[in-house]
Design a protein around this ligand. Structure first.
Ligand code: PLP
Length: 227
């Protein structure tokens, strides 16, 4: 039996304590609840604890949830790899896309974002350790992708997202997040609409807070293990 409400309040308390420990401004971290493979009822329970941002990795699974919960005014973030035949559904249903990693997808999302909806918020997914993961653009390409997104009227450039290779060592976790922070700061100077550095999951949230994350993406810590 997983106690979602208790997990959420304990996690929020821990985040506030870590903000103080690392001298972060109060409430400078947003919480994204990653609800992939978890039920509509679990999301409802999290929402009743005040969580408003939810992350999903698979369009078909997410569409059902978004439609079922449309009366709740939640913000939905797409965080999984994007195939081009999925961009239409993503552009129609989501508020954010955090896993944009190539030009073609940016152009399609812009074209397919319904004109009666507000701009689709975008984070570029960057990949520092290329060999570990297939998704994410190499850091050298991030700037040109940002420049493209900035020019597309239905998209709003909000920041960068990264999923570092799993690492248990705290010092190594911090080193990776520090590099991401440096890159984020550099891009933010060039693209002032950026306000989001999406890094840190259940396993490395302390290191991410220490190094300047502004959005933690937490699944297991809130919902328990995925079945
Ligand atoms: C699944 C997932 C998470 C959450 O991972 P946990 O370890 O369960 O906190 C975060 N970000 C992305 C992109 C994910 O796919």
């Amino acid at each position: 039996m997983v106690h979602i409400k208790e997990n959420i309040s304990a996690t929020i308390k821990k985040i506030r304590e870590l903000e103080i420990k690392y001298g972060r401004r109060e409430k400078s971290l947003r919480l994204l609840a990653v609800s992939k493979h978890h039920s509509i009822n679990s999301i409802r329970e999290a929402a009743s604890s005040g969580v408003v941002n939810f992350g999903e990795n698979f369009l078909q699974e997410a569409e059902k949830k978004i439609i079922a919960l449309s009366s709740l005014q939640l913000n939905w973030h797409f965080i999984g790899p994007i195939q081009s035949n999925k961009t239409k559904g993503i552009a129609e249903h989501f508020n954010w896309v955090q896993s944009l990693d190539r030009e073609k997808i940016a152009i399609r999302l812009n074209e397919q974002r319904p004109s009666n909806k507000s701009q689709l918020n975008i984070c570029i997914q960057v990949n520092l350790s290329e060999e570990e993961s297939k998704s994410g653009t190499h850091i050298e390409n991030a700037q040109s992708l940002c420049a493209l997104v900035k020019e597309l009227p239905q998209l709003r450039l909000r920041g960068i997202m990264a999923i570092p290779a799993p690492e248990q060592n705290f010092t190594k976790q911090r080193e990776c997040f520090q590099q991401l922070f440096v890159e984020y700061s550099r891009l933010q100077n060039l693209f002032p609409t950026m306000d989001t550095l999406s890094m840190g999951m259940s396993n490395d949230l302390e290191a991410a807070i220490a190094e300047g994350s502004t959005m933690l993406r937490l699944g297991t810590a809130l919902f328990g293990p995925r079945s």
